[in-house]
Design a binder for this molecule. Structure first.
Ligand code: SF4
Length: 730
C-alpha cells in the first residue's frame, strides 16, 4: 500500500532495540518493517515489533490532563472510574495542581517524603530530566524504576565482581559464538530477535549451547546439553561447575593471575561443592554438571546469557556472583564471543539506568555519594547559585518506596509511565500503600491499574510521537523519531517535565535551576553528554550518520565499545566471591505444595498496558497456568479447566494448560493480565543487597474453581483462544 512517509525509529518493546520503519499514511502507522542494512536486527522483527504498535492509535489513549473530582484522603484513596470521577483540566491547571501539592509536601515533610518512578519505556532524555527534577528541584535521590524489579540482582552481583553491570558483549557477536550458556532466559519469547542469532550460531556454526533452566523453553531444542535444575538451586549448580573446572585444572591461570583477585580463598570454598553434592540439591545428574563445566571451560571462547530467572530472586546477587566466578575462572570475558551478558528486558531499561534513573547514581553510574561528582552536577544545574546543593545520600528503591508509604515516611509519589500495581510483588501490599498516599501524580499514555488511584494524570506522547534516544541491551544508543503527532493535548514526557520543574521552582520560591528551556531532545542529550564521560563521543549528528553507537564512547574519534573489559575491569581486578547455597525464598509446603514461577509470553509485554490494547491480545487473550501432566493427573484436572491458584497473599482464577514445559511441582503464570494478576500471589521478600523481589519462587496451591469467573471470554473454549490452543495441543 502506498504510504505518505516512512520514519526510522526503534522498537518500543524489548531490549534488543530492533530498528524499525514506521510507514505512515493519513497520520496513522499502517505497517512496520525493518531495514535490512541496520544493526542490531538486520531486517528481523518479532511479532511485537511488527504488529504490536497499533496501541498508539487506540481510542483509550489519554488525550487531556485529568484531575480527580473528589479530593482523596490518605488511607481512604480509591480507584477512580472514568469519566465519572475525573474532570478534564487544562495543562496549566493540572501542572499547577501537581506542582503545588509536591511543593507543599516538600515544605511540610521534607524532600525525602516525595518519591518517583522513572520509566524504562521513555527515552534517555525523558529520564535524564526526570532524575534532574527529583535531585535538583525536589532535592531527593528517591528515584528508581522497574530495573529494580527485573535485573537488580544482576546489577549488584556484577558490580561486586567486576564493577560494571551492563551486558559486556554485543548482539553482533552472537551468530559467531563457539559455546554459550543460556540460563534463566526464555529467549525465544522474551528477546525473540536475539534468539534467532543464538539459534543461527547453533544451526549454522555448530556452536555448543548449554541451557540451564527448570522450564522447557524453545532454546532447549537447540541445546547440546539441557540441565533442568530445581527452581532456586542455581548457585549450587554453578558452584559445582566451578568445582569441576578447578579440580580438573580447566581454568585459565594467566587470566586469573593477571586480571583477578581472591582466587585462593575462593577455591577453598569450592572444596565440598562436588557435582554429587549439587545433584542432591538441584536434581541434575552429576555427570551432566561435569559435561557442562568441561564444555564451557574448554571452549576457545564461551559466553553466558541470562534473564530474570537468575536475577528475580532473594538470592539474585549470589546467582550472578556464581556466574561471574565461572567467567573469571576461565577468562571467558574481555574478548569477542565471550562475556557476562544479562539480557535487559524493557526497550530502554539500560538507558533509564544510564540516564540516572536510580537512587544512588547520576548518569552512567556516577555515584551521588562522590563529592566531586556532585560538584560537577551542581555546577551544571545550579550555575550562579553556590548556596544550592544536591542530596548526598542514596534514595529509596521502588520496593522501599512501597514500605516507606506504609510507615508514613513517604507522602507523595510521581509515577512516569510505570504501573506498580501490576509489577510490584504481593499486589495487595502495594495497593494498601498506594491507598495511603497523600498525593499521587501520574504521567502516562493509558489508564492503568495504578494511575486510577492518582490525583492528577498528565497525558504523555508515545514513542512514535516524540524524538529522543533509547539504549538497548548491548549499550547501543539509537534514535527514536517523531513520526506522528500525539493525540489531543498529550505531550512528550520531556516537555511535561520541563513545565513541571519550572512551576515547582516558582512554588518553592527558589531560583530556576539551569535548563528547563530545551527546544529539542538533542539539547537534553547534549547536556547529558557533557556531564557523562561514557557518552562524551556520542551526539545526534553521529547517531544520524552511524545509526547507533555503543557506550562507553569517550570522544568523537572513538569507535564505541561493542565488547567491554579488553584490558581491565572497572573495579580493577575481577573479584572471586565464595557463595554458600541457601535461600530466603518461600518454599512449597503441605499447604501450598507447588512452586510458582512467573514470566512472559511472546505476545505480551509486562503489565499488558501496551499489548492488551493491541492486536496481539487477540493472539493470546487470557491468563493461563501451566501445570505438569503428572500433577494434573493427580489433581484430576485437564487443559481448559478453571482453577483457583492461591498463595498466602491472595487468589486468582485462571484456565489450566497441561504441559510438560514446567517441571513437576512447579507452575508457571504469565504476569500480563490484570484480571488474573500473577503478582497477587507473589511474595514481597527481597534480596537483601539488590532489593529485588522473588518472582520465580513462592508457594501456591491449585484447586478446581467452583465456577468460571465472570469476565469476557470465560465462556469461549480454550482451544478457540488464539495461539493458546497451540500450546494446549502440545
Ligand atoms: Fe521489538 Fe524486541 Fe521484538 Fe525486536 S525482538 S521487534 S526489539 S520486541
Amino acid at each position: 500500500m502506498h504510504t505518505d512517509r516512512t520514519v526510522r525509529s526503534t522498537c518500543p518493546y524489548c531490549g534488543v532495540g530492533c530498528q524499525i520503519l514506521l510507514n505512515i499514511k493519513n497520520e496513522r502507522i499502517i505497517r512496520i518493517d525493518a531495514p535490512f542494512d541496520a544493526a542490531p536486527n538486520y531486517g528481523r522483527l518479532c511479532v511485537k515489533g511488527r504488529f504490536g504498535a497499533d496501541y498508539v492509535h487506540h481510542p483509550d489513549r489519554l488525550t487531556t490532563p485529568l484531575i480527580r473530582k473528589t479530593r482523596q484522603k490518605p488511607g481512604q484513596r480509591t480507584a477512580a472510574r472514568y469519566p465519572d470521577d475525573w474532570r478534564e483540566a487544562t495543562w496549566e491547571e493540572a501542572l499547577d495542581f501537581a506542582a503545588s501539592e509536591l511543593a507543599r509536601i516538600r515544605q511540610t515533610c521534607g524532600p525525602d517524603a516525595i518519591t518517583s518512578n522513572a520509566c524504562a519505556k521513555a527515552t534517555n532524555e525523558d529520564n535524564y530530566l526526570h532524575q534532574k527534577l527529583m535531585r535538583a528541584v525536589i532535592g531527593t535521590n528517591n528515584v528508581d524504576h522497574c530495573a529494580r524489579l527485573c535485573h537488580a540482582g544482576s546489577v549488584t552481583g556484577l558490580q561486586l565482581a567486576i564493577g560494571s553491570s551492563a551486558m559486556s558483549n554485543s548482539i553482533a557477536e552472537m551468530k559467531d559464538l563457539e559455546c554459550f550458556i543460556v540460563t534463566g532466559s526464555n529467549t525465544t519469547e522474551t528477546h525473540p530477535v536475539i534468539s534467532t542469532f543464538l539459534k543461527q550460531a547453533v544451526r549454522k556454526n555448530g556452536a555448543k549451547l548449554i541451557v540451564i533452566d527448570p522450564r522447557q523453553t524453545e532454546m532447549t531444542r537447540f541445546a547440546t546439553l539441557w540441565l533442568r535444575h530445581k527452581p532456586g538451586t542455581d548457585t549450587a549448580l554453578f558452584n559445582a561447575m566451578a568445582h569441576v573446572i578447578v579440580k580438573e585444572k580447566l581454568y585459565n591461570p594467566d587470566f586469573i593471575q593477571s586480571r583477578t583477585e581472591g582466587f585462593s580463598e575462593y577455591i577453598e570454598s569450592l572444596e565440598e561443592k562436588t557435582p554429587e553434592w549439587a545433584e542432591a540439591i538441584t536434581g541434575v545428574p552429576a555427570d551432566d554438571i561435569r559435561r557442562a563445566a568441561r564444555m564451557y571451560a574448554q571452549a576457545g571462547r564461551a559466553a553466558i546469557y541470562w534473564g530474570m530467572g537468575i536475577s528475580q530472586s532473594t538470592h539474585g546477587t549470589d546467582n550472578t556472583l556464581t556466574l561471574a566466578n565461572l567467567a573469571l575462572l576461565t577468562g571467558h570475558v574481555g574478548k569477542p564471543g565471550t562475556g557476562l551478558n544479562p539480557l535487559r528486558g524493557q526497550n530502554n531499561v539500560q538507558g533509564c539506568s544510564d540516564s540516572g534513573g536510580l537512587p544512588n547514581v547520576f548518569t552512567a553510574y556516577q555515584p551521588v555519594t562522590d563529592p566531586a561528582v556532585r560538584a560537577k552536577f551542581e555546577q551544571a544545574w545550579f550555575a550562579g547559585h553556590p548556596d544550592l546543593h544536591l542530596p548526598d545520600t542514596p534514595g529509596l528503591t521502588v520496593t522501599e518506596m512501597v514500605d516507606g508509604i506504609l510507615t508514613g515516611k513517604v507522602k507523595g509519589w510521581w509515577v512516569m509511565g510505570e504501573n506498580p500495581l501490576m509489577s510490584e510483588p504481593n499486589l495487595r501490599h502495594a495497593q494498601e500503600a498506594v491507598e495511603h498516599l497523600e498525593f499521587f501524580v501520574a504521567q502516562d499514555i493509558f489508564f492503568n491499574e495504578s494511575n486510577v488511584y492518582a490525583d492528577v494524570i498528565l497525558p504523555a506522547a508515545s514513542f512514535a510521537e516524540k524524538d529522543g534516544t533509547f539504549t538497548n541491551s548491548d549499550r547501543r544508543v539509537q534514535r527514536v523519531r517523531k513520526a506522528i503527532n500525539p493525540p489531543g493535548l498529550a505531550r512528550a514526557d520531556w516537555e511535561i517535565i520541563c513545565d513541571l520543574a519550572r512551576r515547582l521552582e516558582q512554588k518553592q520560591g527558589r531560583p530556576v535551576s539551569a535548563g528547563w528551556d530545551y527546544r529539542h531532545p538533542s539539547e537534553i542529550w547534549e547536556e547529558m553528554r557533557r556531564l557523562t564521560p561514557a557518552f562524551a563521543g556520542i551526539d545526534y549528528d553521529r547517531l544520524e550518520r552511524e545509526g547507533g553507537v555503543h557506550w562507553p564512547c569517550p570522544s568523537f574519534d572513538h569507535p564505541g565499545t561493542p565488547y567491554l573489559f579488553a584490558d581491565q575491569f572497572p573495579r580493577g581486578r575481577g573479584r572471586f566471591h565464595a557463595v554458600e547455597y541457601g535461600t530466603q525464598s518461600e518454599l512449597p509446603d503441605n499447604e501450598y505444595p507447588f512452586i510458582l514461577s512467573t514470566g512472559r509470553v511472546l505476545y505480551h509485554w509486562h503489565g499488558g498496558t501496551l499489548t492488551r490494547p493491541s492486536a496481539l491480545n487477540d493472539i493470546w487473550p487470557e491468563c493461563t497456568v501451566e501445570l505438569h501432566p503428572h500433577d494434573a493427573a493427580r489433581l484430576g484436572l485437564k487443559t481448559g479447566d478453571w482453577v483457583d491458584v492461591s498463595s498466602r497473599r491472595g487468589k486468582i482464577t485462571v484456565r489450566l494448560l497441561v504441559t510438560g514445559r514446567s517441571p513437576e511441582g512447579t507452575v508457571f503464570i504469565p504476569f500480563h493480565f490484570a484480571e488474573a494478576a500473577a503478582n497477587i500471589l507473589t511474595d514481597n521478600r527481597i534480596d537483601a543487597r539488590a532489593k529485588i523481589p522473588d518472582y520465580k519462587v513462592c508457594g501456591v496451591k491449585i484447586e478446581r474453581a467452583a465456577a468460571p469467573p465472570d469476565r469476557p471470554g470465560a465462556d469461549i473454549p480454550l482451544e478457540e483462544r488464539g495461539a493458546i490452543k497451540d500450546v494446549a495441543a502440545g
